[in-house]
Design a protein around this ligand. Sequence first.
Ligand SMILES: [Zn+2]
Length: 448
Amino acid sequence: MPGWRWSWTPPGTGTWSWSPSTTWADGREGQVSATIEPEIGWVQEGLDHLATLVDPSLPGWSRTGFSVQDVEGRHWVAQQMRAAGLSTHVDAVGNVIGTFEGTAPAAPAIVVGSHSDTVPGGGRFDGIVGVLGAIEVARALRRTGTRLTHELRIVDFANEEGNPQGVKLVGSRAIAGTLGHDHLQATDEGGVSLADLISRAGHSPEKVHTCRWDRAGLAAYLELHIEQGPVLERNGAGIGVVTRVCGISTFHLDVHGRRDHAGTTPMDTRSDAMCCGAAAVLAVQRIAAAGSDTVGTVGALTTTSPLTNVISNFARVTGEFRSPHMAGLRALAEELEADIPRLDAAHRTTSSLSWGHTDPPAVMDRHLSDVVVGAAATVGHEAVRLYSGATHDSVQMSQLAPAGMIFVPSAGGRSHCPEEWTELTDIERGVRVLIQAVLDVDTGFAGS
Ligand SMILES: [Zn+2]
């Protein structure tokens, strides 16, 4: 093989992108091509088709987990897997799994996956690009008559985005064996449990133990995903390789004040739960902004009464913190806890802070990430390493196998909104890297 020297040429218009023109050591010039090229037209058709399976009562492209549209979408995904030559099955919580046997039956599986459900009011790319990209890996192998040594296992994980019961990563938790009784018994405001939600979609949550995978049978986990943030676009980069995925701590703060007349109670004697709650919202913002790579969000500030002529005697602040490091999450929690007595003193209220589940940050496998960076270079793209502030099924899968993620740019860094957009050329680049990464893992990755 001749020596490689990469020369990056900017296109005539717009921002920089890396055009993979290559100069060989002997002076020959040529276009680098992947070992196997994706059929991006099929991916485009898949994106278009899934964009038709949406809940008309919600804004954007909504296909929430276990909804009628989600069940229909997964049925279509399973069909596509079978058409690509995979054997499929749907497990007890609705994960759609396709397998393509390798030439060495005893070799552990290379798993490639993502999710096809969306948040309410979400977009057309989050998760979907990874599911279609994974199926395109299988299609491309079949098209070219390529057999892997390892089994290729493709997953459309059930309900990655979470539900009104407050549980995210449902399918990958079940596979990792971390979907517990408490998760399944969590209820929404109407008293419907997650187990009920899963049952109503035709699955069997009581058999969740059957979903669990044995880590001995797994070589690696790879996921292609849109970045959902602005880093790649800001850096003019076409491919990201994820180093870590954020950890998340959720909380709710219950504030007790005193119900009084809004017209006659002087401002300096009030015990206004709403005002303390509002101050807590801003405290979350201030604490998270002061950290490094940390974020904090309040999703709801609710009170018992919507009346303007009554001072609120109760408020609930529901929020979360995220950090790339467990120590960062702990520091955020400690700061909020330290702030509560000050807020109570200022508002003459009594508050109690309760922490929900903490999902620890996940570290993507260093060696596997190097393989992905190498795969990107092989097909002519320089990869940028970055941290993911969005959580992914890879967090759960990293507990079972070395995990790695490939990111492609999100226009304007927008995601979880109808405006979410990734250019087809960016998706094509991502799928090309994914195919090459699977080939490289098959031939050269021994695990870390
Ligand atoms: Zn996603």
